[in-house]
Design a protein around this ligand. Structure first.
Ligand SMILES: [Zn+2]
Length: 177
């Protein structure tokens, strides 16, 4: 998928999580997308101020791997958020290119405890980024995280409008799958 489209899907997934799941801390339906590019923070609970980061990952293999690598921004920002009670939601999705649908495959919830357990999740500073502090969130075993129930009717997101808009903007430029 083209990077700009991937980014759009990332934002769609933040809204998807906020609209479909309750706060993991207080169980209220009060999750709100912040949308101001705060580093390592995408959603906040307006009831209890729980802070959540959302990562989305496109995986097409029939059987999902246990280990998942998520490119992440600033290492120090993440560590700082972690110390302030950050949780992580991971949305794993597949793409039907013909029907232009996104299928939600799994939604995983990593609690702050999971994120702090190096046997489950490790954050690695990326080698190539000695100056820019970029990192990778390495989930070693996704089966240790909480698997959230996704109602069948909410499993598909139509993104044909996004694709059409994108193709109009790129005007015949090559779209890498
Ligand atoms: Zn809450």
């Amino acid at each position: 998928m083209a990077p700009i489209l991937k980014k759009k899907v990332g934002i769609m997934m933040e809204h998807y999580v906020a609209n479909n799941f309750v706060c993991p801390n207080c169980s209220s339906s009060t999750l709100k997308v912040i949308g101001n590019h705060s580093p390592s923070l995408d959603i906040i609970c307006s009831e209890c101020s729980k802070k959540i980061e959302v990562k989305s990952k496109c995986l097409s293999a029939n059987k999902l791997p246990k280990d998942i690598r998520l490119p992440h921004g600033s290492y120090p920002d993440y560590i700082n958020r972690l110390d302030n009670g950050l949780d992580l939601f991971v949305v794993i999705y597949g793409v039907d290119r013909i029907k232009k649908l996104i299928k939600i495959r799994e939604v995983l919830h990593a609690t702050n405890m999971h994120l702090r357990n190096p046997n489950i999740v490790e954050v690695i500073k990326r080698q190539e980024s000695s100056t820019s502090n970029l990192s990778t969130i390495f989930i070693k075993d996704k089966d240790k995280l909480n698997l959230l129930q996704v109602p069948q009717k909410d499993k598909f997101i139509d993104f044909s409008d996004e694709i059409t808009k994108f193709l109009e903007h790129s005007k015949g430029g090559e779209v890498t799958p």
